[in-house]
Ligand binder design. Sequence first.
Ligand SMILES: CC(=O)N[C@H]1[C@@H](OP(=O)(O)OP(=O)(O)OC[C@H]2O[C@@H](n3ccc(=O)[nH]c3=O)[C@H](O)[C@@H]2O)O[C@H](CO)[C@@H](O)[C@@H]1O[C@H](C)C(=O)N[C@@H](C)C(=O)N[C@H](CCC(=O)O)C(=O)O
Ligand SMILES: Nc1ncnc2c1ncn2[C@@H]1O[C@H](COP(=O)(O)OP(=O)(O)OP(=O)(O)O)[C@@H](O)[C@H]1O
Length: 570
Amino acid sequence: MPSSHTPLSVAEQDSVFRPRHVAGTTVGRLAEELQATGHEPLLTPVGRREHETLLTGAAMNPHAVGEGDLFVAVSGARAHGADFIRQAVEAGATAVLTDAVGADKVREQVGYRLPVLQVEDVRQAAGPAAAVIYGNTQDSGPSLFGVTGTNGKTTTTYFLRSLLDTLHGRRGRRTGLIGTIEIGAGQETIPSQLTTPEAVQLHSLMALFRERDVAAAAMEVSSHAISYRRTAGLHYDVAGFTNLTQDHLDLHGSMEEYFATKAELFTRRRTRTSVITVDDPWGHQMASVATGRVVTLATAGQAAEVDWEVVDVVPDGMGHRFTLHHARSGARIRTRTGLPGLFNVSNAALAAVMVLEAPDVPFTREEVVDALESDPFTISVPGRMQVICESPAAIVDFAHNPDAMIRTLDAVAATKGEGRIILVIGAAGDRDRSKRPTMGAIAVRMADHVIVSDDDPHGEDPAQIRDDVMAGAREAVESGGLTTVLEEIWPRAEAIERAVASASPRDTVILAGRGHEIHQDFDGDHRPIDDRVELREALLRHGHRPLEIQDSTVQDSTPSGRAHAPDDAG
Ligand SMILES: CC(=O)N[C@H]1[C@@H](OP(=O)(O)OP(=O)(O)OC[C@H]2O[C@@H](n3ccc(=O)[nH]c3=O)[C@H](O)[C@@H]2O)O[C@H](CO)[C@@H](O)[C@@H]1O[C@H](C)C(=O)N[C@@H](C)C(=O)N[C@H](CCC(=O)O)C(=O)O
Ligand SMILES: Nc1ncnc2c1ncn2[C@@H]1O[C@H](COP(=O)(O)OP(=O)(O)OP(=O)(O)O)[C@@H](O)[C@H]1O
């Protein structure tokens, strides 16, 4: 088990979390199952040997292929998986699921050495195929709790898991977690490559969870995952919706399309009980289109005809105490969250209601109430409103879209007193460009001193990304007659140093956008940097007294000594 988030190669990760006791299936039986579910597979060659070939796993990434695996070769923006067939065969793949182009590529490279199942839509077939291989059915795995929405997925799943852990832990059972930061089964964790893994990995995880007595799992469901069919073949006991605001328009094109993608999760076919936060119009719309059992939750005060509402919110330390009121029964449940920001009350309330409304659970509502009263939401979440120092207040947060920035800066403004807000922001490359100037404008309107720096430029020119953010910021300063100090400083470590150097003990320094991340990607060059470590060191240099960082995702070594990200993450 990795004790910290030292990057592991995909192969290493796979070996930590590979289920060991998979009965598997034969290629012939898999072809029949795919036929029965409408995928119309074409199997070549069609001999008895091919039909009887045993499959005991599935992998889409050639680095993750193991002995006896079905290699799922998809056509993507960067490559066709079938280009890596030799590597997959060497690693032990015994059959391939691919499209017509992939089938030709396989034959060109390895002839008829292994059976090829050809389908039209490989991503659509991958989940159901993996489900058959791993023996996953609707009722075979842990209770599955999925969370989607633009912001709050990671935090809500951490809260959910903490609550589920309290409840199942009392019965000696384990819980699981799948999300942006890490994948966990009981005490064991591996760092994540994606927020929501590919379907083949998800099904492998469901088998692993069964093997390791994981009773319930909390999982983030990104809109990319739904678009790319990563969740095909999974069934959720409960799915929760946080909110919908501008992000990912590069993929979805419009908010309507973005909404429609998320809405796929809240259908009877996928989910038994949907818990929808109805704080914004998109939430109301989601509640009206969701099929199956729908439960509504209002966390922001305006509650008409909702099932649950949050009332009596009072500040408590860095976080808040609040009450969940159930309209029908009149029940009132008091609980608390330790994380700053009213949005964390919303996240905690969603987690609570998802468990309170879960079908077929081995615990009573009284036990859930008891667990809620024992403070399951006072955990910290890596890089989410993570407090690094109290004087000056210094916080690392993951806000990287307009709404998250507004919420985060609102939260800081509510507690900052007379001090100033000093903010470091950037924006990621190769992602929704339209949000950059908006983020710049929000920054200068809500903070007193804004330092624009780099996030993950990926394949884009970092200077161009900073320009886009600066353009929105300058325009807002000029048109609004603002007195905000605006600077552009890179690399990021220097921006952090500048923020801390400018801070008096009454001020609040907030680093937005990178949260738990430990590398910046400059066109494939993964440069180590952890905002939490960088901020802590700058605070120490300037004679402040930061807190110890109690977080397994933080690297032990100094910034320059940290390892590089795996270069085989694709
Ligand atoms: C836009 C998107 O989601 N793309 C994902 C998609 O890419 P793709 O279909 O273009 O495929 P590709 O990268 O060309 O690869 C095709 C095949 O060749 C293989 N390959 C490819 C290249 C290589 O060097 N070696 C290799 O073996 C791949 O394993 C794959 O089997 O499938 C790939 C294989 O799984 C993913 O790595 C890739 O995620 C990219 C890296 C990514 O950044 N995705 C982000 C945007 C994402 O999915 N984010 C959401 C969270 C968003 C949020 O809420 O903030 C997430 O769920 O993580
Ligand atoms: N309920 C919420 N509403 C609005 N903003 C939120 C909410 N919860 C968290 N945030 C903000 O969004 C940031 C990301 O939070 P979190 O990681 O929990 O969301 P996420 O949906 O998993 O994000 P991503 O998909 O980008 O990984 C936080 O650091 C905070 O700034």
